[in-house]
Design a protein around this ligand. Structure first.
Ligand code: 13P
Ligand code: 13P
Ligand code: MG
Ligand code: MG
Length: 372
């Protein structure tokens, strides 16, 4: 690894979560332990991180890192890139499936934007107590966070703090990205809830990128919004997004942030990135999508930040209070599977644009006869 001078510890901490699928074990189900070990040794060898935790969900490696270098820091992104390259070498040596899958470029060029890996980063001054939750999903897309983030920060039936916590009562601002036209727009909740929902109810195109406390302007949540297929122009795999949420003291409580996942919602990305299925909350040990390469998974790792150190993780969905959610997800999965190759289990045509479907259409185009 390259050697670094390190960043000076300041008031503003950066929490960076960078993830990539660089080879599955077996198929698209899991990350081989040798890759996780390699990632840990790469990050340990660096002096620019204050702390890190390496984890995975399904076949995606998640690098959870703290430092004082700010967002979009070239050194941090380069370190993550080098780590994924080193892991890819291990994946190739074991002939793992899709080695290097998410690395769209041969070389690093400044920062991670457009390179394939997913990135969620936030900068904040650590509060006297700073609970954060890192959500990591597999077999789905960034818009999968829209519904749960809406519930956390805008739905009083989910977050009673919006009603009874004087510090949360003002509401939150939602920054929404249009991933097709590459634009952003901010909506204030609760005043503009109906406008907000027009857009984030279409998660294939509009994604909640960040949420801010309305009075203090403090960052409360941030997600990765990379869409691999749109970047690559072909089917690469799903984007398998991450989400960071700060909790408590004017922000939703930990339990309010976890609550939306008790009702597994339908997301895009199951089997070949081309099917809809329930997002099943699981602990890391159960984050091994198997049935029909799924159903899609979400893991929640809680940390107490302490002077930049990641105290944790607490593997929240290991708790039995999510057993019923898993059962419900499996029942929904049974039902969705009965639909086989039909929509809405199979994604609608527009979402299939980057699969083999265009080839089939092209091959058969002369067979279509115009009706007068
Ligand atoms: P805080 O307002 O201190 O975050 O406490 C709320 C709480 O813990 C509810 O579960
Ligand atoms: P990943 O996006 O997790 O690699 O899954 C791809 C796939 O095709 C699963 O069926
Ligand atoms: Mg994969
Ligand atoms: Mg994956």
């Amino acid at each position: 690894m390259r050697s670094h001078a390190g960043f000076t510890m300041g008031k503003i901490l950066t929490l960076s979560v960078i993830k990539a699928d660089v080879g599955g074990f077996v198929g698209h189900s899991d990350v081989h332990p040798a890759l996780l070990e390699k990632a840990k040794s790469c990050l340990s060898a660096s002096s620019i991180l204050t702390d890190f935790h390496v984890s995975h969900v399904g076949d995606d490696i998640n690098l959870i890192m703290t430092h004082y270098g700010g967002r979009n820091n070239g050194e941090i992104h380069h370190l993550a890139w080098d780590t994924f390259i080193a892991c890819t070498e291990v994946a190739k040596s074991l002939k793992l499936y899709g080695a290097g899958q998410d690395l769209l470029s041969d070389s690093f060029s400044g920062n991670m934007r457009g390179m394939g890996p997913g990135v969620a980063e936030m900068e904040f001054e650590e509060r006297p107590s700073e609970p954060v939750i890192v959500f990591m999903a597999d077999k789905t897309e960034p818009g999968a966070w829209n519904l749960p983030v809406y519930k956390m920060f805008a739905d009083p039936f989910n977050t009673i703090g919006l009603v009874i916590d004087p510090k949360a009562h003002c509401g939150f601002n939602f920054e929404v990205r249009d991933l097709i036209e590459n634009k952003k727009v901010t909506f204030a909740a609760p005043e503009e809830l109906y406008d907000l929902l027009v857009f984030i109810g279409a998660p294939g195109r509009y994604c909640v990128k960040a949420v801010f406390h309305k009075q203090t302007g403090e960052i409360a949540a941030v997600s990765s919004t990379q869409r691999l297929n749109l970047m690559a122009g072909r089917y690469v795999g799903k984007d398998d997004p991450v989400l960071i949420v700060r909790c408590q003291s004017g922000l939703p409580a930990v339990g309010e942030v976890l609550e939306p996942f008790a009702n597994p919602h339908l997301v895009s990305g199951w089997m070949r990135g081309s099917h809809t299925g329930p997002l099943m909350p699981v602990p890391v040990a159960q984050a091994t999508p198997a049935r029909f390469d799924g159903p899609p998974r979400v893991v929640a790792l809680g940390f107490q930040m302490c002077n930049g150190k990641l105290v944790g993780p607490q593997d929240f969905f290991a708790d039995p209070s999510f057993d019923n959610a898993r059962r419900k997800a499996l029942d929904v999965a049974d039902y969705m599977r009965t639909l086989g190759p039909f929509e809405p289990h199979r994604l609608h045509l527009e979402e299939m644009e980057y699969t083999t479907l265009p080839d089939v259409m092209h091959r058969l185009k002369d067979r279509f006869v115009k009706l007068s």
